[in-house]
Design a protein. Sequence first.
Length: 151
Amino acid sequence: MAKAAKSELEREELYHLLGRAENVALMQRGLALAISGDVPTLMAPGIVSAASARHPEEALDFAIRNWDKLSKMLEVNSAFQFLPRLAVNSTELATIDKLNAFAAAHVPENARQDYVLAAARVRYFAKVRATRLPEVDAWLASPANSSASRN
């Protein structure tokens, strides 16, 4: 559908939606398509970014594995920020280790601020997921909040 789109805006939106697929297998197909050469170079990183909204760990892992190809599609000024942006929705502490390892191998020390901020955000989301979400689930499940008591 994207190849047949009548406008660049429509084409970009369709590629973006492919990356944002809720189904993991479909999202992975979108990621593979991003580096296949069949997607316009300027749109390919957008597929990976879109995937990170629902599947941040998978998108990050994909970007790290394919950094040689993907980095050539990014603007020089934004390349160092690309991976930390993929990780911002992660709740997995292992993501921090991946970011740190990547930064140590590819990013000059004076350009790692985005990695530090992304790690802090992942730590925060992991804490919320571990501590606050169970409280919210318990509150929602309590008899005082059941749908029968609201009627």
